[in-house]
Design a binder for this molecule. Structure first.
Ligand code: ZN
Length: 413
């Protein structure tokens, strides 16, 4: 027996007035997701706990069975790991954005118009040459996808207890990074980060890539915002817990980072981009291949619905859901359903109205040879709430899937 968990990032939503108070999932045509619901057992799931909006990192950690309150150490380290940066114990990692500010350092666009990978790479190349005044500190800076980037600081006197420079809101000023405790390490780290970000800003302001962007009517990526300082989390791997081989199919670096610390193999799929234009079929084929190999568990993540939700574009979200549905159709057609459990869920609700992650529960459906099929026929937020799983927590899902495939040890005699 094998299991596949399909996570559609931020797919769950709230009812939307323009959709007649339905959610994008309730409007989309999605016969394959509905097949999983109809042939399987359904429920709703509080990814972290009721009412708590999960990040994609804590959300996916919980979905892999790790309590984020126990294990989470900040998203910076996960992002950096997921991008393949070499992160060592004690390194302080940040998650960064290329962003646009005016002359007063007020944020105009937190994503610099979702800058292209090409422009971001050229800018990052220049930033990598910056020299810090204190030679005991080394840094790695790498752009990842679009506006996203990772920063790793390495040195003997560093601490992850520093605040963000990212105000997380358009119209607000970039923040000074401050120590979050009284240690010399935290003060020193804050000083280094501020120095580095100022040097980055100076280079970006005058960079020819940005001059060209302005000429093309695009917002210049003239600042790096950083947040989520942290070290590498220390987790028992999935193979240590369940004695399984597990593969992750995801593009988003933070998700790859979560899977990497969980000891999973990381697959790279050509044409998968983490955007609504990703190659859905290529991801489906990779997932089927991974399941045919020696993997017991395949984790398939699609970022696109979250992207459309943050843009508030519910019409595109509906199309993305329909594309994910065709991806699932291919998977169902190409795996041995008498030997496979397939679960579909989201790592959190992302509202197209608030354009944010919300703490509302997400729908979960699991199909497979021996599930206790319930009466739910459709995969969406409201239908699944009537299902046989009831209301579960994110960390419960992984043991449930592993139990189905016979990988959970008995507790007690
Ligand atoms: Zn997410």
């Amino acid at each position: 027996m094998k299991a596949m968990l399909i996570v559609a990032d931020g797919m769950a939503d709230r009812p939307i007035k323009e959709l007649g108070w339905k959610t994008p999932l309730e409007v989309a045509r999605k016969s394959s997701m509905d097949f999983i619901a109809e042939s399987g057992v359904c429920g709703i799931m509080d990814i972290v706990s009721p009412g708590i909006p999960p990040g994609s990192d804590t959300g996916n950690m919980a979905l892999l069975g790790y309590d984020p309150y126990r294990y989470y150490t900040g998203r910076g380290a996960l992002e950096a790991l997921g991008w393949g940066l070499e992160v060592r114990e004690g390194d302080v990692c940040f998650r960064c954005n290329f962003a646009t500010v005016d002359d007063d350092l007020t944020v105009l666009d937190r994503r610099a118009g979702r800058i292209s990978n090409d422009d971001a790479s050229k800018l990052a190349e220049s930033l990598q040459k910056v020299k810090l005044s204190d030679s005991s500190v080394k840094f790695l800076f790498q752009n990842t996808i679009q506006h996203r980037a990772a920063l790793v600081l390495r040195g003997p006197k560093l601490s992850a207890s520093v605040s963000n420079s990212d105000p997380k809101k358009v119209g607000e000023k970039v923040l000074e990074v401050k120590p979050l405790n009284n240690t010399a390490e935290a003060s020193f780290t804050a000083k280094i980060v501020n120095e580095l970000l100022q040097k980055f800003h100076r280079i970006l302001k005058n960079h020819k890539v940005n001059h060209e962007r302005v000429k093309r009517g695009l917002p210049p990526a003239n600042i790096i915002l950083c947040r989520g300082a942290g070290n590498i989390p220390n987790l028992p791997t999935l193979s240590e817990i369940y004695n399984i081989n597990a593969t992750c199919i995801a593009v988003t670096s933070i998700i790859r980072g979560v899977c990497k610390v969980a000891g999973m193999r990381l697959t790279t799929v050509e044409g998968a981009t983490g955007t609504p234009q990703t190659d859905y079929l290529a991801k489906a084929k990779a997932a089927v291949e991974a399941l045919k190999g020696d993997n017991h568990f395949v984790f398939l993540h699609v970022k696109a619905p979250d992207v459309t939700s943050h843009d508030g574009d519910f019409q595109q979200k509906i199309k993305v859901i329909e594309n994910i549905d065709s991806m699932i159709a291919y998977i169902i057609d190409h795996v041995d359903m008498s030997e496979t459990y397939i679960a579909i869920t989201a790592d959190h609700t992302t509202s197209c109205v608030t354009r944010n992650h919300e703490g509302d529960p997400v729908p979960i459906a699991i199909t497979g040879p021996f599930v206790r099929k319930d009466d739910v026929k459709r995969y969406d937020e409201r239908s699944c709430s009537k299902g046989g799983l009831g209301r579960i927590r994110g960390v419960d899902l992984m043991p449930m899937l592993m139990n189905f495939i016979g990988k959970v040890e008995k507790f007690g005699a």
